[in-house]
Design a protein around this ligand. Structure first.
Ligand code: HEM
Length: 413
């Protein structure tokens, strides 16, 4: 039985997000959709979804849609239940998250954080990332093989973002553990136990940050936490403590999960392609191009949603009521044959590789310059240091459709 069905005449499709046959290879579904039904009602989610590159890129930038809805509609109007008491701590971490806000709050918060993430600033971290990648490989090399996600892909972005924020590198494993428990809330079909656990992790994470913030207020340091606490006001307002905490948690969560998955997906893609890694990382320019193609070919984040902020009719006649949700399928847009030549083939030498893996518009990934450097350094160092790297087992993806990353990646050299 195929993992999906598509009815072109009614523009409806089914694909079970938790069906292994589907999430192990969502690209089969995307290819079939690109053939004639790029915009469709995904019955399992109950909302319309877009796979065309032009549409996804356009809707991410379209101000008639947003990530927040409660600034223009009440919970009652939306038919939502009141907030759950047992997820209050988790909800507080989200309340001031850049990803949960629209202008003007979004603009103010993003302006205050953005400076730390501009390319010229994060470029200075390159030597630190190189040192870290080499140190990890020094330890792994004598073993002749390893599980690469846990032992190589995960520690690099976790340590770097922790240090950037101003938290000790030794805290990285604890931060990862909190973060992993919190991101369970974004999965399909969340249970009450998951909610309780994510809430406990949120409370512990916030308590820890409040304590570090109190230390920074007493003794400021050269780190992002101090910067956020002392930054000049934007529109007359400084960041509140809750905003600083929400932002720090978002950076820690967003800052490693996607980078870890991209590293794993990229190593798998390169090894399965049979291409000579030496040519893929021959120059800094080629390394950049290889990383972009890895991001395009097997994106780590496959779907983001938006709310219609007013009643909207799109150019193709499709209408949405205020408050309705749409799905923007980044992983599918990156494989749109109308946009990419030979879209389903991995070609690190292509010149048309610009993709939407980091999104577009006002929520465009603030960490993109940092993630790109981490990926360039991690991948080129890995393949340079371990030139005989090969897969020791066929890797499998996690049972989380929209966080498209590997369960484990067993390799040998
Ligand atoms: C390969 C790695 C990464 C990928 C593929 C990725 C992807 C994305 C995407 C697609 C969005 C937009 C979501 C939307 O429009 O709804 C986003 C937003 C964001 N990302 Fe990333 N990200 C990565 C790494 C990072 C890193 C390293 C950081 C921070 C250190 C980070 C921090 C953020 C933040 C704060 C936002 C919210 C921006 C806003 O709403 O204004 N990301 N990311």
């Amino acid at each position: 039985m195929t993992a999906f069905t598509i009815a072109s005449d009614t523009r409806r499709a089914t694909a079970k997000p938790r069906d292994a046959a589907f999430y192990q290879d969502p690209y089969a579904f995307y290819s079939a959709l690109h053939l004639g039904t790029p915009t469709f009602l995904w019955e399992d989610y109950g909302h319309w979804c877009f796979t065309g590159f032009k549409e996804v890129n356009g809707l991410l930038r379209d101000k008639r849609f947003g990530r927040e809805i409660l600034h223009v509609m009440t919970r009652e109007e939306l038919g939502w239940a009141p907030p759950k008491e047992h997820t209050a701590a988790f909800d507080l971490t989200e309340k001031y998250s850049l990803l949960a806000l629209e202008p003007p709050s979004h603009t103010r918060l993003r302006t205050l954080v953005n400076r730390a993430f501009v390319s010229r600033h994060v470029e200075q971290l390159r030597p630190r990332i190189e040192r870290l990648a080499n140190e990890i490989i020094d330890t792994l090399e004598p073993e002749g093989g390893t599980e690469l996600i846990k032992n190589f892909a995960a520690p690099i972005p976790a340590v770097i973002i922790a240090e950037m924020i101003g938290l000790p590198a030794e805290m990285a494993p604890q931060l990862l553990a909190w973060s992993n428990r919190m991101v369970q809330m974004y999965m399909y079909g969340v249970t009450r136990d998951t909610e309780l656990d994510a809430n406990r992790a949120s409370q512990d994470f916030m308590d820890y940050l409040r304590q570090v913030i109190a230390e920074r207020r007493r003794a400021p340091k050269e780190d992002l936490l101090t910067h956020m606490l002392t930054a000049d006001p934007v529109d007359g307002q400084k960041l509140t403590e809750d905003e600083v905490i929400s932002t720090a948690i978002l950076l820690l969560n967003a800052g490693h999960e996607a980078t870890v998955h991209t590293t794993g997906n990229a190593v798998k893609t390169i090894l399965e392609s049979g291409r000579d890694p030496k040519t893929l990382f021959a120059t800094p320019e080629q390394t950049e191009a290889t990383v972009e193609e890895c991001l395009r070919f097997d994106a780590p984040l496959h779907m983001f949603t938006r709310y219609a902020l007013s009643d909207v009719t799109l150019d193709d006649g499709l209408s949405f009521k205020k408050g309705e949700v749409i799905g923007l399928m980044l992983g599918a847009a990156n494989r749109d044959p109308k946009r990419f030549r030979d879209a389903n083939s991995f070609d690190p030498f292509r010149t048309d590789g610009q993709n939407v893996s980091f999104g577009a518009g006002i929520h465009f990934c603030i960490g993109a310059p940092l993630a790109r450097i981490e990926l360039q350094v991690a991948l080129s160092t890995l393949f340079k240091r371990l030139p005989t790297l090969k897969l020791a087992q066929t890797p499998r993806y996690n049972n989380v459709y929209h966080f498209h990353g590997l369960e484990r990646l067993d390799v040998a050299w």
